[in-house]
Design a protein around this ligand. Structure first.
Ligand SMILES: C=CC1=C(C)c2cc3[nH]c(cc4nc(cc5[nH]c(cc1n2)c(C)c5CCC(=O)O)C(CCC(=O)O)=C4C)c(C)c3C=C
Ligand SMILES: [Fe+2]
Ligand SMILES: [Fe+2]
Length: 348
């Protein structure tokens, strides 16, 4: 809707924005792109909670000199060569486009996407949505389980963007959906469908979540408990035992203790203990990315085989599949309640 009020410039009004936000990704696998991305990531106080006096000499003296080259090589192995971008970016954009199609019956809903680190930034998309007449914006951090290092830092950035606006849109943020039956059903369907394509049956299925330092859990982060609840509900849905569907945590960073049991150690131990066939899925990742495609589908598979395992399969994330989109759309429609019917009225 376009509106002109005496003495004011013509402005668009009455729209609702939905902003999907994932973690972020480097623009390229070269040293400079990797360093820029890692610098933004690893200077975030929500991610690294150590004192700056202690952390910055290590970060700027060692980590940002050595890690960009090493991690850049890992990204190269999983890069989407067709589009010259990471799969996290490809899937997040696809999710936004598919969600926009599902709201075709609501012409005042505008769906967009952004990244917490790298491009497109949250601030740039919030600004674009506001300019497109969004008086209300729903920010959706794409993490089923809440962690301060992921969900909260997205929300912080979104509210920070409002700081610079004279006429702020109303802002809602999407809560975790780790126990939503639509999400649990989608995970169960994706597991069953994937396993049906194999000519073997896994003895153990690992649900591998990204870890966080144990100290964050001790300070009250609900992430660990939400991961456990997701796994319990999934187990109940599939009718599997605790031995069949196990929970592990991956992607340790730095010397601290992280949430346990660790995925890499568990994979090694299972193989050494004589388990021959395993499957791994990553229910905490909305889209496949470095951590799933390289760390699990490549590294964990190699370690399993190296230690005597025979069959390993990685179950893809929900990505832009029909089930995955059903989850995201269900959560968005639920969180837009009261806005969809209210917009465009009572705002003069
Ligand atoms: C202390 C450091 C880190 C915490 C805490 C952390 C939590 C966390 N991360 C994700 C999801 C992703 N992380 C990804 C990459 C990644 N993560 C860290 C560090 C921490 N993550 C680093 C340094 C990196 C970059 C790669 C590397 O250098 O190892 C990604 C992949 C991005 C991609 O482009 O593919 C995702 C996704 C969650 C869910 C989480 C806590 C719950
Ligand atoms: Fe991470
Ligand atoms: Fe990793």
């Amino acid at each position: 809707m376009l509106e002109k009020t005496a003495g004011h410039p013509t402005i668009k009004r009455g729209n609702i924005g939905v902003l999907l936000v994932n973690l972020g990704t480097p623009d390229g696998t070269d040293y400079t792109s990797m360093r820029r991305y890692l610098k933004e990531f690893l200077t975030d106080r929500r991610v690294i909670e150590w004192s700056r006096l202690f952390w910055y000499p290590i970060l700027f003296g060692i980590v940002l000199n050595t890690r960009p080259g090493k991690v850049g090589k890992a990204y190269e192995t999983i890069w989407n060569k067709d589009l010259n971008e990471s799969y996290l970016r490809t899937y997040t954009r696809n999710q936004s486009e598919l969600m926009a199609k599902s709201f075709a019956d609501q012409p005042n809903v505008i769906v967009d996407w952004g990244m917490r680190y790298g491009q497109p930034s949250i601030a740039s998309r919030m600004d674009a949505l506001q300019k497109a007449g969004c008086e209300r914006i729903l920010v959706f951090p794409l993490y089923p389980q809440y962690a301060a290092a992921t969900t909260a830092t997205v929300n912080d950035k979104a509210f920070e963007a409002l700081l610079k606006m004279r006429w702020q849109p109303a802002l809602r943020t999407v809560p975790p959906y780790h126990d939503d039956p639509v999400y649990i059903d989608a995970l169960a369907t994706s597991i069953e469908r994937h396993l049906a394509t194999l000519d073997w049956v896994p003895e153990v299925v690992l649900t591998s979540f990204h870890g966080i330092p144990k100290s964050y859990f001790d300070k009250g982060d609900p992430y660990y408990c939400q991961c456990q609840k997701t796994a319990r509900l999934l187990r109940e849905k599939l009718g599997w035992s605790k031995e069949k569907l196990q929970v592990t945590f991956q992607s340790r960073f730095g010397p601290e203790e992280w949430l346990q049991p660790y995925t890499d150690k568990t994979v090694e131990k299972l193989a050494q203990d004589g388990v021959k066939r395993i499957a791994v899925l990553n229910p905490g990742f909305v889209s496949d990315c470095l951590e799933t495609l390289e760390e699990i589908a490549e590294q964990a598979a190699e370690s399993f085989h190296h230690n005597g395992g025979e069959k390993f399969t990685h179950i893809p994330c929900l990505n832009d599949s029909a089930e995955g989109m059903a989850v995201l759309e269900h959560v968005v429609r639920r969180e837009l309640a009261g806005w969809l019917q209210g917009t465009g009225k009572n705002n003069g």
